[in-house]
Design a protein around this ligand. Structure first.
Ligand SMILES: [Zn+2]
Ligand SMILES: [Zn+2]
Length: 152
């Protein structure tokens, strides 16, 4: 039995409807992606799966992450460094991000005002919101705690 039964059902149905092939590798990637702690790039997930003796190919990881984003089990994130990252949406509350430009630390936060504002803007302009991205770029105030400044 898959580790994330409900997510597997959602993914299987999505693959069926899109006439995509349903392969065990894709579900292996689904589990690895949902269990990854935090935000990850295609390569980070691929390497961690390889370290766990998986035989998936990088291309399959790449394609499957795209499919998992299309069916909303994952969100794609861009934190301003031209690198696509993903994170699980499954059983997670919606949140936004604050990124330290010096050390790259990523802090997640939830603020209903941000969500309401993007909804208001869409309503006012006559659009239906599909997704939005709200990043705050910062520099750690406490230089001792910022690995970039403390030399860690
Ligand atoms: Zn996040
Ligand atoms: Zn920092």
């Amino acid at each position: 039995m898959p580790k994330n039964q409900k997510a597997s059902d959602i993914f299987r149905e999505f693959l069926r409807q899109g006439k995509n092939r349903i392969t065990p590798e894709r579900f292996e990637i689904l589990d690895a992606a949902l269990e990854f702690d935090g935000h990850f790039s295609t390569d980070e997930l691929f390497i961690s799966m390889k370290n766990n003796k998986s035989r998936v190919s990088r291309a399959t990881v790449y394609n499957t992450l795209e499919l998992l984003t299309q069916c909303n089990l994952l969100s794609q994130r861009n934190f301003g460094d031209n690198m696509n990252r993903y994170e699980s949406n499954y059983r997670r509350k919606f949140h936004d991000h604050l990124i330290c430009l010096d050390c790259g630390r990523i802090v997640e936060f939830t603020n209903d005002k941000v969500n309401n504002i993007q909804q208001e803007i869409c309503d006012a302009l006559g659009y239906e919101s599909s997704s939005y991205s709200f990043n705050i770029f910062v520099k750690c105030k406490n230089k001792k705690e910022c690995p970039y400044h403390s030399g860690k």
